[in-house]
Design a protein around this ligand. Structure first.
Ligand code: FES
Length: 111
């Protein structure tokens, strides 16, 4: 029996979401892909995490970035954007993370 890699990985696939160079170093931007709102961060590498804060389901995208942490701009909860882990108030809460790459022709998300 043949099973494609896409099926094993839950049908994720790389999608171009933005032009190369459109997210400056130290900045973030968000994208809606396959019904998900995803924050993409360019900060010494490329990272992507579910954009919606678990506190009140507002986007974290415009939050302050320091080190590996993004601060939700609404009530200042903090997340490690590399792991998705919420760093304050509640234990064992993680936002979903995604692979992201900047290629010659754009920024791609694996969603
Ligand atoms: S919505 Fe993010 S901290 Fe409240």
């Amino acid at each position: 029996m043949y099973i494609s890699i896409k099926h094993i990985r839950g049908a994720m696939a790389w999608k171009r979401v933005a032009a190369k160079g459109s997210i400056k170093s130290g900045k973030s931007s968000d994208f809606r892909v396959n019904g998900k709102r995803i924050t993409v961060i360019n900060n010494g590498g490329w990272y992507a995490v579910d954009a919606m804060c678990v506190h009140q389901e507002k986007p974290i995208t415009a939050g302050k970035i320091e080190g590996d942490v993004i601060e939700c701009p609404h009530h200042f909860w903090h997340y490690n954007y590399k792991t998705g882990e919420l760093l304050d108030y509640l234990k064992d809460i993680k936002l979903e993370t995604f692979k992201v790459e900047e290629r010659d022709d754009g920024i791609y998300l694996d969603v």
